[in-house]
Design a protein around this ligand. Structure first.
Ligand code: FES
Ligand code: FES
Length: 161
């Protein structure tokens, strides 16, 4: 048996049929075809599957897809402009070497997006706190923090222009 799910995905209204026990991660990757969101542990430990639901960063491997009904979901694909250009945050990861193998990157970026939506100039401690649920197997934390700091500066500067 499948259930009809309707929600906003990266700014567009979508409807999918999904099994009642499907995880949001499965709907995003396997049904919507958005494979930017990664599955690492599948148990809420690594943060690779982080997406925004109503602006809040959460682990889509633990989030029941049915609970997304009627909400707004944003994945890493949704940060880019409609023309496909990278967001300031994504570009900062490129410029500052914030991605090594890249597996953790979508989750890191989404946790950072939630932080920067509330605070354009987070301290390094605030960045670390926001990333507490995101693990990087390549241990590139220094560059990841630098990327988020740089993105915040760019977003802040753009907001004052
Ligand atoms: S895959 Fe979801 S937290 Fe690791
Ligand atoms: S860049 Fe490889 S896991 Fe973080």
């Amino acid at each position: 048996m499948k259930t009809l799910l309707r929600f906003q995905l990266n700014g567009r209204e979508v409807a999918f049929e999904a099994p009642p026990h499907a995880r949001l991660l499965d709907v995003l990757r396997d049904i919507a075809g958005l494979t930017g969101t990664k599955e690492g542990c599948g148990e809420g430990e690594c943060g690779a599957c982080t997406v925004l639901v109503d602006g809040r960063a959460l682990n889509s491997c633990l989030f029941p897809a049915l609970e997304a009904d009627g909400r707004s979901v944003v994945t890493v694909e949704g940060l880019a402009s409609r023309e496909g250009g990278l967001s300031e945050l994504q570009q900062a990861f490129v410029d500052e070497g914030g991605a090594q193998c890249g597996f953790c990157t979508p989750g890191m970026v989404m946790s950072a997006a939630a932080l920067l939506a509330e605070n354009h100039s987070p301290s390094d401690d605030e960045i670390r706190e926001a990333l507490v649920g995101n693990l990087c197997r390549c241990t590139g934390y220094t560059q990841i923090i630098a990327s988020i700091r740089a993105a915040g500066e760019r977003i802040g500067k753009a907001a004052t222009q």
